[in-house]
Write a protein that binds this ligand. Structure first.
Ligand code: NAP
Length: 246
């Protein structure tokens, strides 16, 4: 029997665990998927060598890298890994999930994007937006702390009417608005948003975050992160079953 799992902390509410357990049962696949609550990657070295594949989640998406044999080029450029195969090669499928889910919503008028937050999701989203031909800018609470960033970094106070008008794609990569803190949203000037904008939220619980609600009320296109979530899981499965190994 093949053995898969997720390592992270916490993992009790893991979507991947539910997704793959259901998938194995539904498709009659002889495999198990376990949650491994791991405080420090160093302590999980034996475990990662005996698994047939695993997901990596917060807070280990970067810390896992020194323990791998190889990195896919995309994961190397993003600097974060959320999927590892049986050869201990690391991949980033958050990026694939994001690109597949936002691609159908983009128009030729969408050329510049704001990425709210600068964490793991933001890095995958930045890479994906560049692949899709857009020019991203990070928006951070501490823009001066990222001198080596691969794209411009501005602060929330720099979001003038002109900046808002010229950046029609806005992707929330902060945890703001995520259940149970559903009253929160990123501090951007929502009154400057209009029908030309696309607001994408990596958060998917609740289905419509306050960020997306403000966007919808201003006439913008909106989408939550559920497609990204399913897309990253499906891409992981393709990697583990060899459909996409390279
Ligand atoms: P993370 O590494 O903790 O980064 C979040 C970033 O948001 C931080 O780097 C920070 O950037 C900013 N931030 C954090 N707290 C904030 C606050 N109170 N106010 C304003 N900005 C704040 O988290 P992550 O892994 O990138 O995940 C971000 C969100 O995306 C989470 O809700 C996660 O569940 C979701 N996500 C969804 C998917 C999916 O498949 N849909 C995949 C990955 C992540 P600055 O310090 O630069 O401001």
């Amino acid at each position: 029997m093949k053995q898969y799992g997720i390592i992270g902390k916490p993992v009790a509410q893991s979507f991947s665990a539910r997704y793959f357990t259901d998938k194995f049962a539904r498709e009659g696949i002889d495999a198990r998927y376990e949650r491994y609550e791991v405080a420090c990657v160093e302590d999980a070295q034996k475990l990662i060598h005996r698994l047939d594949g695993f997901n990596v989640t917060i807070p280990h998406k970067q810390a896992i890298i020194p323990y791998l044999n190889e990195l896919d080029a995309t994961a190397a450029e993003i600097g974060a890994v959320n999927v590892v195969d049986s050869r201990l090669k690391g991949w980033n499928t958050d990026c694939i999930g994001f690109m597949d889910s936002i691609r159908p919503l983009l128009t030729s008028a969408d050329t510049h994007a704001l990425i709210l937050g600068t964490g793991g999701a933001a890095k995958a989203v930045r890479y994906g937006l560049v692949q899709l031909g857009l020019h991203p800018t990070y928006v951070s609470r501490t823009p001066d702390k990222m001198p080596q960033a691969p794209c411009p970094v501005i602060g929330y106070k720099d979001l003038t009417a002109d900046v808002m008008r010229s950046h029609t794609v806005i992707v929330n990569c902060t945890p703001l608005g995520m259940w149970p803190n559903t009253d929160a949203c990123a501090p951007i000037p929502y009154s400057e948003i209009g029908s030309a904008h696309l607001l994408y939220d990596c958060v998917y619980n609740p289905e419509e975050t306050l960020f997306l609600r403000h966007g919808r009320e201003q006439g913008a296109r909106t989408r939550n992160g559920l497609g990204m979530l399913y897309g990253q899981a499906e891409a992981a499965w393709k990697i583990w079953t060899g459909v996409q190994n390279g």
